[in-house]
Design a protein around this ligand. Structure first.
Ligand code: NAD
Ligand code: UD2
Length: 309
């Protein structure tokens, strides 16, 4: 294993910090570039001498060029992950979510770094494929600036692949959950919100009848996948969905939480959110054939990890 670091942009965030832990555990040196807008230094084992934290913005091209220098690969996870923030402030989030990706591509080209993992989103499909297991060829219908920037980032990565030999592994994450997911916004991941409120005995709000479904993936399983993509000798072209092809309704989720916690606070059902997707589930054939996906962490076990956090 080369001693040159893996750059993890957004490495102080929820998913990024789990990837950093896993990389360090495998013996990699890691460099994190994060502006700490939602990430926290406390998510990182800063005492580890094989970890370097650069506090700064992926929209800063000169800084990204310095951060990529000497790295063997990049995991590009930095983004404003809140879809609502992109709706409220498209210009600012575009800097992080699109310009940041272009800066990473260009810095990799200049330094001759090839392998890059990219965190795209199921949001690129919009409402298309709703109710079906969505496959990667489903027509794209990005409905928000967040989704437009993710799709544009995917396309830039593909341009740099064709033109400059970059090796992008593009993943469209469905609903990822686990420890360190920040529950502080109403638009945070539903599991992080429900667990925090249940632990504090605060009432839980369900938007709609609770029969909407999502394809939840435990963050530890996602990280295993990212490591495999980093180390595969050859990557196939095109994005892969990251989901389990498994629909869990919010009512089922609440039952699981009640099982793990031994009860629930009051649950109130209010009107569904405008534009909320009813059913979202990944066709994950491509993921399985390319990267494999060992037995996923059962929901109850993932929730228990979250509670222990
Ligand atoms: P997160 O907010 O915890 O992590 C994002 C990290 O990026 C944070 O540490 C933040 O400080 C950093 N960041 C944001 N803008 C930056 C900038 N301009 N420069 C440098 N750092 C910046 O969110 P997360 O859930 O860990 O998301 C990680 C990635 O996965 C994001 O790209 C997100 O869009 C994508 N994603 C997540 C999910 C999910 O279910 N959590 C679903 C689809 C896609
Ligand atoms: C996810 C992603 C989003 C985008 C989108 C694409 C997260 C956090 N969000 O949105 O970034 O990629 O997929 O389709 O991963 N809910 C409640 N009560 C609450 C909070 C949420 O009922 O307190 C409902 C919400 O209305 C929705 C479901 O829970 O029906 C899941 O909500 P979410 O915000 O966790 O995720 P989602 O799929 O809407």
């Amino acid at each position: 294993m080369s001693d040159s670091p893996i750059l993890v942009t957004g490495g102080a965030g929820f998913i990024g910090s789990h990837l950093v832990d896993a990389l360090l555990a495998k013996g990699y040196a890691v460099r994190v570039l994060d502006n700490l807008s939602s990430g926290k230094p406390g998510n990182l084992p800063l005492e580890n001498p094989r970890l370097e934290l650069i506090v700064g913005d992926v929209a800063d091209a000169a800084l990204v060029l310095r951060a990529v220098a000497g790295c063997q690969a990049v995991a590009h996870l930095a983004a404003v992950a809140s879809v609502q923030a992109s709706v409220d402030d498209p210009v600012s989030t575009h800097q992080s979510n699109f310009v940041g990706t272009l800066n990473v591509c260009e810095a990799m080209r200049q330094h001759g770094v090839k392998r890059v993992l990219f965190a795209s989103s199921a949001a690129v499909y919009g409402n298309n494929g709703e109710g079906l297991a969505i496959d990667e060829d489903t027509p794209k219908a990005p409905l928000t600036p967040y989704a437009v920037d993710k799709l544009g980032s995917e396309q830039y990565l593909d341009f740099y692949r064709r033109q400059h030999g970059l090796e992008p592994a593009i993943f469209r994450f469905f609903n990822i959950f686990g420890p360190r997911q920040d529950p502080s916004s109403p638009y945070s991941g539903v599991i992080s919100i429900f667990i925090e409120r249940a632990q504090q005995g605060l009432p839980i709000t369900v938007f709609g009848d609770g029969e909407q479904t999502r394809d939840f993936v435990y963050v530890g399983d996602l990280v295993g996948l990212l490591l495999r993509a980093l180390e595969l000798p050859v990557l196939e072209v095109g994005a892969a969905n990251v989901g389990l092809n498994r629909a869990t309704s919010l009512n089922q989720l609440l039952a699981e939480i009640a099982g793990v916690l031994g009860g629930l606070p009051q649950v109130t059902y209010v009107a569904a959110r405008a534009g909320d997707i009813r059913h979202s589930r990944a066709n994950n054939q491509r993921l399985l054939s390319r990267y494999g996906f060992p037995e996923p962490t059962p929901m109850a076990m993932g929730l228990a990890q979250l509670l222990a956090h």
